[in-house]
Design a protein around this ligand. Structure first.
Ligand code: FAD
Ligand code: NAI
Length: 472
């Protein structure tokens, strides 16, 4: 006997579980299917984000930041420490606890919102009268509407599979049992910089090999330069413009042959190698072919601007479709789709999706970069304010970086805000709100900001657009 639902969501990551909750809130009889297993084989909803992404990486970034402060900054505050050590096993256990709290939280939210949860792999079977038949673990569900939110997997280098012992994806990178002496990373993107920072702080000698000649090409150039300077000063070795050649992995370590930017043959010998060269959309086991679900050449499910696939009543959201691979983008799409199914006008504004890289200093931005505005030939004004001139940053002892505003030359509308520095991840929210409401730089400059706070740097950068900073 089949079980009937108004909405079946396949995938319980941020796109799927949030979409399912919103659908249930809107009165739909909703199910969510997720196959992720915890160590004991039980359900672990939350997807990549909760299990091997956002949450565990931030837990380790926090632990390693505490360690770094204890090792390098406590003395400035007059705090003495003897015999500082790191218990990696305990750090990993804490990270696992944080992950489990999130898994359990999602199961609780499903109950609270009356979402029926199925633990297993969901696959399309066929179109049926008024919907779709979905198989999961020996059961058959019939759904009027289906939301596919099956996420993404780490991309491997051709011929170099992840063994998660010496050649690591994000999964293995979050489970390294002892601080490696030498750690190599391929790709200086978001994962490379975050995971590289974790293990460098704990004492690893870290080398990052990046194919592109520019560092963080998607980031505003001025901000990327400032970040590069800070990371290099911390001891992260970043080689740009390399061509990775043969990789030989053995039990004891990995050797990476590569050509450097000048064309010289080089070899990197490391204990562990993290390959972080992007992610690929995941439709494994979905049986997409059998029902004719259209994929593009990258394997992403093809959707229109509103996340409709080529199949009637089938939607797709998150990492498995086009657009940035970010948890909050997936969530916004999940909510918008549920609202569209209810006949409402769900909307995701791609211009105001914030990006954050949780390194130290943190990097965060929203909207256009200066190089994008130049390429578009748009007349703009720029204003920036260094944390060096911010009282709270000085008190924190963290004065690296700046806030930078880009505004339309004629209307003063904010076109982009870029931050490198302390708590950039939190500060960016004000800029997102401002841009969502199409505020001008003057609007922010005229708002009262608490003193002393890092947010005053945001106000001052807005003032800088009109060349009238008060504290610099
Ligand atoms: P996923 O989270 O990948 O979830 C998909 C779920 O579907 C998984 O549980 C999977 O098991 C399940 N599934 C797949 N196929 C089936 C099937 N057929 N049947 C049943 N279940 C299925 N983003 C941020 O915004 N901020 C961050 O700080 C951040 N940090 C990250 C750190 C790392 C190391 C990584 C790897 C990623 C990070 N991301 C971050 C990206 C973020 O994790 C993804 O953008 C987000 O998880 C995408 O959500 P999703 O719901 O589309 O897919
Ligand atoms: P990425 O796309 O951020 O970076 C990949 C980097 O690898 C690029 O700089 C690319 O030029 C480089 N590269 C590609 N092929 C290469 C090769 N053969 N040799 C050397 N370099 C090569 O991808 P990453 O870091 O794997 O992360 C995947 C995605 O996960 C991110 O794009 C992001 O969407 C998400 N994520 C988000 C985080 C956040 O929001 N804080 C944290 C971590 C991941």
């Amino acid at each position: 006997m089949s079980k009937n639902f108004d909405v079946v969501v396949i995938g319980g990551g941020p796109g799927g579980y949030i979409g399912a909750i919103r659908a249930a809130q809107l009165g739909f009889n909703t199910a969510c299917i997720d196959e992720w297993k915890n160590e004991k084989g039980g359900p672990a909803p939350g997807g990549t984000c909760t299990n091997v992404g956002c949450i565990p990486s931030k837990a380790l970034l926090q632990s390693s930041e505490h360690y770094e402060h204890a090792a390098h900054s406590f003395a400035d505050h007059g705090i003495g420490l003897k015999d500082l050590s790191i218990d990696v096993k305990k750090m990993l256990a804490r990270k696992d606890t944080v992950v489990k709290q999130n898994n359990d939280g999602i199961l609780y939210l499903f109950k609270k919102n009356k979402v029926t949860f199925f633990h297993g792999r969901g696959s399309f079977v066929k179109a049926v009268d008024g919907g779709w038949e979905i198989a999961v673990g020996g059961e058959t569900l019939v759904a009027k509407q289906v939301i596919v939110a099956t996420g993404s997997n780490a991309r491997a280098l051709p011929g170099v599979p992840f063994d998660e012992e010496t050649v690591l994806s994000n999964d293995g990178a979050l489970r390294v049992g002892a601080v490696p002496k030498k750690l190599g990373l391929i790709g200086s993107g978001v994962i490379g910089l975050e995971m590289g920072s974790v293990w460098r702080r704990l004492g690893a000698q870290v080398t990052v090999l990046e194919a592109l000649p520019t560092f963080l090409g998607a980031v505003d150039e001025q901000i990327a330069k400032e970040a590069h300077k800070a990371f290099t000063k911390q001891g992260l070795k970043i080689e740009l413009g390399v061509k990775v050649g043969e990789i030989k992995a053995a039990k004891g370590g990995v050797s990476v042959a590569y050509t450097d930017a000048k064309g010289g043959a080089q070899k990197l010998e490391v204990d562990k190698l993290i390959v972080s060269i992007g992610r690929v959309p995941n439709t494994n086991g979905l049986n997409a072919d059998a029902v004719g679900l259209k994929l593009d050449e990258r394997g992403a499910i093809v959707v229109d601007d509103e996340c409709r696939t080529n199949l009637p009543g089938v939607w797709a959201v998150g990492d498995v479709v086009r657009g940035p691979m970010l948890a909050h983008k997936a969530e916004e799409e999940g909510v918008a789709v549920a609202e569209r199914i209810a006949g409402q006008h769900g909307h995701v504004n791609f211009n105001t999706i914030p990006w954050v890289i949780y390194t130290s200093p943190e990097i965060a931005w929203v909207g256009k970069t200066e190089q994008q505005l130049k390429a578009e030939g748009r007349a703009y004004k720029a204003g920036s304010f260094p944390f060096m001139a911010n009282g709270r940053a000085r008190a924190l002892g963290d004065t690296t970086g700046m806030v930078k505003f880009l505004a339309d030359a004629a209307t003063d509308e904010i076109l982009g805000v870029h931050i490198v520095g302390p708590m950039a991840s939190e500060l960016i929210a004000e800029a997102v709100v401002a841009m969502e409401f199409r505020a001008s730089a003057e609007d922010i400059a005229r708002i009262c900001h608490a003193h002393p706070s890092l947010s005053e740097a945001t106000k001052e950068a807005a003032l800088a657009v009109d060349k009238r900073t008060l504290n610099f």
